[in-house]
Ligand binder design. Structure first.
Ligand code: FAD
Length: 380
């Protein structure tokens, strides 16, 4: 089996394949964890009351189990539970979607009024028509450490991983594949394409998927006041629907500052030429949201970084066989919410590659849903 791209999805896939005894050869054009794709920036949210669709709940529940297994196997802390808040108007997509998932799957949660939110989380400045869905199991994953751990454990289980080696193209060869890199030619029975933002380039004309790459900016600020209230003991992860279908999100201060970012609304970009510098205007956009909703978070800017979302038009993932070549599995395009699932996507990819039936409903992630669909731009 060859795995192309060893970021979040590829590292987990390599690990699960190797753990099941498969012969694994993996390639990455860089040396993950790195800062050029979609899996950097120190923290990722994990949450269970999934506003995007209730079908994600069983998957994220399996992901939680696999993250716990990985912590145990590696002896590393990969997940920090802080609880989570989905904040917004009661009829907004965020709150109503999270509530639907929580109710359908009988998840532990509370619906908090704006008065209750204010009393419990004084860092937030809330309007009257605002409520919060509190979920105690939500928290923070450490993406660089998680990728590194999957990679190290894959190697321990026999995977051969080649870094700084780019896959230039691949082609079917009988029932298997031939893969051409900048250093050689390799053959395998099965191929996994988990190249994140570069997936479109690797598919070439073999399957034109309607993907769009969106530039995202992550920012870390010093608290201006009440620093203790931004500590993880007091401050959960949160997502806030601040206008219809417009969101920002944030994390407590884990020592690097208070991280905050806008979800979507970024420029449509190309991974080869993306602007990696953060502009004053982008910092000011985030500050203006903080001034309105978390005024004490609007302190000195500590750092910033650019990252990429690979969006599908409906923002659901892709986990499916290539439409013309069933020996090729396409794994990811996660539309800005995939990291938390990488553990389970790795497990599912290994199951699909063994031609076994997965125990989850993956119909949301099928490629055939894109027939006749164009890419969707998310910049405002
Ligand atoms: C700013 C930001 C915030 C996010 N927040 C969250 C969050 O809070 N919670 C959450 O669950 N998800 C979140 N996500 C989404 C999540 O991080 C991504 O879905 C996930 O990291 C994507 O993983 P990937 O494996 O598809 O891509 P990557 O991790 O980028 O891996 C792709 C790899 O393929 C390699 N590659 C590409 N082309 C080639 C080639 N030709 N040859 C060899 N190697 C190649 C690249 O070098 C790269 O290492 C966020 C994403 C971003 C950008």
């Amino acid at each position: 089996m060859i795995v192309v791209g060893l970021g979040a999805m590829g590292s987990a896939t390599a690990f699960h394949l190797a753990a099941k005894g498969a012969r694994v050869l993996g390639f990455d054009r860089y040396h993950p964890p790195h800062q050029f794709g979609s899996s950097h920036g120190l923290t990722r949210i994990i949450r269970e009351a999934y506003f995007e669709h209730p079908s994600y709940v069983p998957l994220v529940q399996r992901a939680y189990e696999l993250w716990a297994d990985l912590e145990q196997l590696s002896g590393r802390k990969l997940l920090r539970q802080t609880g989570g808040l989905m904040i917004g108007p009661p009829d907004g997509v965020l709150v109503s979607g999270a509530r639907r998932s929580a109710e359908e799957h009988k998840l532990l949660h509370q619906v908090l009024s704006s008065a209750e939110l204010r009393a419990r989380f004084p860092i937030f400045s809330l309007g009257e028509n605002t409520v919060g869905i509190w979920e105690p199991r939500a928290g923070i994953l450490f993406p660089e450490l998680a990728v590194q751990t999957h990679l190290e454990l894959a190697v321990k289980r026999g995977a051969s991983l080649k870094f700084d080696e780019s896959v230039l193209r691949w082609e079917p060869e009988g029932e298997g594949v031939r893969v051409f890199t900048d250093k050689g030619v390799y053959r395998a029975g099965r191929l996994v394409l988990s190249a994140g933002a570069w997936l479109g380039a690797l598919l070439g004309g073999s399957a034109a998927l309607p993907l769009s790459i969106e530039r995202q900016v992550l920012l870390w600020f010093e608290p201006r006041a009440q620093a203790e209230l931004f500590q993880p003991e007091h401050c959960p992860i949160y997502i806030w629907e601040y206008a219809p279908h417009r969101f920002f999100y944030g994390f407590p201060d884990l020592g690097d500052g208070i991280k905050a970012a806008v979800h979507h609304e970024g420029q449509c970009s190309d991974p080869e030429t993306i602007q990696r510098e953060v502009s004053e205007h982008e910092v000011e956009t985030m500050r203006s949201l903080l001034r309105r909703f978390l005024p004490d978070a609007d302190g000195v800017l500590k750092s910033s970084v650019v990252c990429m979302y690979t969006n599908t038009p409906d923002e659901h993932f892709i986990l499916d066989y290539h439409p013309a070549h069933p020996q090729v599995l396409v794994a990811s395009p996660c539309s800005g919410h995939g990291f938390k699932f990488s553990s389970v996507i790795g497990e599912l990819a290994a199951t699909l590659l063994a031609s076994r039936q997965p125990s989850f409903d993956l119909s949301l992630f099928r490629i055939k849903r894109f027939a006749g669909v164009s890419p969707r731009r998310r910049d405002k």
